[in-house]
Design a protein around this ligand. Structure first.
Ligand SMILES: [Zn+2]
Length: 196
């Protein structure tokens, strides 16, 4: 690794483990299983949900808002190493759905999270589409499906936008930090940070 790359790495904000900050969140990293659109595991089976501290701090606030409304968070995807982005792109080279690895994904910056709601006792709630559905039912503008599913989608959106996240119009589950692009792409392992 070059000295410049090393300096960039040491200057990067650390990633924090979200589950340590939101203990009642369910972590269901689909890419750490074969239950995803590639039907293939691309993360280590014990991968943790890691985010920039800024993202995690906002998410803690959103979780507080939603808890008062009777919901907990289920986290589908958090930090994604930049090298894994290349594997996703090979399977789904469609900008808008999967970021071109040359440009990079905000997930690889620690500035994006994929999530849904569950009830306080951990039951799934209805959403307009399954996670990683590529089509209209995943759009925020989708007016089909049940009223309850749209209400859940809109509740998640209100909470996430209310604390400062930015929605993705084509994916009801995906939220970005407003300045995500200002953060560097990273490729460190998805393991729990060592406590110091
Ligand atoms: Zn996403």
């Amino acid at each position: 690794m070059s000295l410049v790359a090393l300096l960039a790495l040491s200057a990067a904000e650390p990633l924090v483990e979200v589950h340590a900050l939101i203990p009642d969140a369910i972590v269901d990293l689909r890419y750490a299983t074969d239950d995803n659109f590639m039907h293939k595991r691309v993360y280590p089976a014990d991968a943790a949900c890691l985010l920039l501290e800024r993202s995690a701090t906002l998410l803690v606030k959103a979780a507080e808002v939603l808890r008062r409304q009777g919901f907990r968070l289920k986290l589908y995807d958090c930090y994604r190493p930049a090298s894994v982005q290349g594997e996703l792109w090979k399977v789904m080279p469609v900008p808008g759905y999967v970021a071109d690895p040359k440009k990079g994904s905000n997930h690889s910056r620690g500035g994006a999270v994929d999530l849904t709601l569950v009830t306080l006792d951990g039951r799934d709630v209805e959403m307009p589409s399954a996670y990683d559905t590529f089509g209209k039912a995943a759009h925020h503008s989708y007016s089909g499906g049940s009223e309850a599913s749209r209400a859940h989608r809109d509740l998640l959106r209100a909470a996430m936008e209310g604390v400062g996240f930015v929605k993705n119009a084509m994916e009801w589950w995906h939220y970005d930090l407003p300045d995500a692009l200002a953060h560097p792409l990273r490729d460190e392992p998805m393991v729990r940070p060592v406590l110091r």
